[in-house]
Design a protein around this ligand. Structure first.
Ligand code: NDP
Length: 290
């Protein structure tokens, strides 16, 4: 029997619907949640991501402002654009779309964002709160999306062996901490490019999360039968059978769905849920700001 496939798009829409009540409550107090996105340069993928975020804002009733800066903007000007948004009371969420051009220190830009408006959850203050088990911060959207998917699937996480492949500061590392936190109580292994015997480690995983960025790197034979597989990866590969000449695949081989108990597809799994969590963080920031 094949795995249950989580429909991240439908789940994301459900979450967005749940926000509408809170947005209505805010609007009765003359507050409209407002997300400001800074995009630097003309990287096509970044423009697609930003457009998707703007569309989500429109769907749920969040105001959005987009600030386009030239690819040769200097760090000082970028940071002053962030600071201007920090002091704008009508703006509740600030996001600087990555990647940033070479020569700009991404961490310095993130640190310039007022933590209460850091809806990406990348500011050290928000990441630090995760380590402290303090739930008052803003949680990065992709880790939060994965936790929401796991919650929705009704899976008991306590005592389960979770393996997270990837230790980035935006996905793998915060997600690993969330899974291990009191209340979630999974036993977590963090794997990365220096990990030895990755296949064997994966085969022990009740919950396997791939956040690597390598197309179909995780083979079906690595999957423990009946396990939960969350594929965070988004990789564009060539496919001559498509009119576009490309298609999106995850980090997990397609055949894994024949072995896992629950699996997220790519596209349509973690991606749309990540956007829903961004909307959720923006509403939360607006509520806290008022
Ligand atoms: P990074 O490149 O920052 O991190 C990748 C991680 O994978 C690193 O920790 C790296 O190890 C590890 N890795 C690389 N090669 C291997 C290997 N052969 N074996 C084991 N581990 C390996 O990527 P991100 O965390 O930003 O993103 C990961 C993926 O998730 C990408 O495909 C990205 O597009 C996708 N993504 C999807 C989102 C969504 O909304 N669905 C949102 C954000 C990202 P090391 O640390 O040793 O270098």
């Amino acid at each position: 029997m094949g795995a249950a496939i989580i429909d991240g798009k439908a789940l994301g829409i459900e979450i967005e619907k749940g926000l509408s009540e809170r947005i209505r409550f805010l609007s009765e107090r003359e507050v409209t949640p407002h997300l400001a996105v800074i995009i630097v340069g003309d990287d096509p993928a970044s423009h697609v991501y930003v457009r998707n975020k703007e569309r989500a804002c429109e769907r749920v009733g969040i105001a959005s402002t987009r600030i386009d800066l030239a690819s040769d903007v200097n760090q000082e000007d970028l940071i002053s654009a962030v600071q201007k948004l920090n002091s704008d009371e009508s703006v509740h969420g600030i996001l600087v779309q990555s990647p940033l051009p070479n020569g700009i220190d991404e961490i310095a830009v993130i640190e310039a964002i007022e933590p209460t408006k850091d809806v990406d959850g990348f500011h050290p203050s928000n990441l630090g709160r995760i380590v402290m088990g303090d739930r008052n911060g803003l949680i990065p959207c992709t880790p939060s999306a994965v936790m929401e998917i796991l919650r929705h699937s009704g899976l008991e996480l306590g005592g389960k062996r979770a393996v997270v492949i990837g230790r980035s500061r935006i996905v793998g590392m915060p997600l690993s901490i969330l899974l291990a936190q009191k209340g979630a109580d999974s036993t977590v292994t963090i794997a990365h490019s220096k990990t030895k015997s990755l296949e064997e480690i994966c085969r022990e995983a009740d919950i396997l999360i791939a956040a690597v960025g390598r197309p179909e790197m995780v083979k079906s034979s690595w999957i423990k039968p009946g396990s939960t597989v969350i594929d965070v990866g988004i990789n564009r590969i060539n496919d001559d059978s498509r009119s576009s000449g490309t298609r999106l695949v995850g980090d997990v081989e397609d055949g894994a769905k024949e072995i896992a108990g629950i699996i997220t597809p790519v596209p349509g799994g973690v991606g749309p849920m990540t956007i829903a969590m961004l909307m959720s963080n923006t509403v939360l920031a607006a509520e806290k700001g008022h």
